[in-house]
Design a binder for this molecule. Sequence first.
Ligand code: GRF
Length: 203
Amino acid sequence: LRIGALASGGGTNLQAIIDHCRDGKLDAEIVLVISNNPDAGALERASRAGIAVRCIDHRQFAGREAFDAALVQALREAEVDLVILAGFMRIITPVFVDAFPHRIMNIHPALLPAFPGLHVQRKALEYGVRFAGCTVHFVDTGTDTGPIIIQAVVPVHDDDSEETLSARILEQEHQIYPRAIQLFAEGRLRVEGRRVLVDRSAP
Ligand code: GRF
């Protein structure tokens, strides 16, 4: 399975997937990493792993659609089968989503549909939830609204800070994202309306 990854930040989720591929735990290969941010740590992590990298700076495009068209072109040239967003901080438009139907995944550090958007670990703390977590979902034209593939739950401790809770969630992110990709690689995910059905029969 050929993966194209989009990242804007440090790339610890990308690194987890790179490591899983390297260790033969994922029937997949990341063939291209794109960032809109030339300083993204994710680009360094990809380069260190010998993965092709591209910086496509959204500020150089007239609008969101033109930027998305450039992303789609780069991903098509790399002949990717699956696109993963890993800390990608741009809203993507139907131009992008329609180019890869049910072939774009995202990881969100909250139990969707609770806490879509940004700073969600802090929002969970402020809300006083007893459990938080993370979600891997297919990307649709909404924001953090696509069909959910896998979720993981973590307890919230009374003495948690945004940092301690975020770290506990991130540990789970690094486990469920590779797991979701492997299920996709094995052809075990079937989308029926809003639901993603997982075929867990023996291989
Ligand atoms: C993580 O919380 C992830 O859920 C969100 O961006 C944060 C940083 O991810 N998408 P990474 O370390 O850049 O993978």
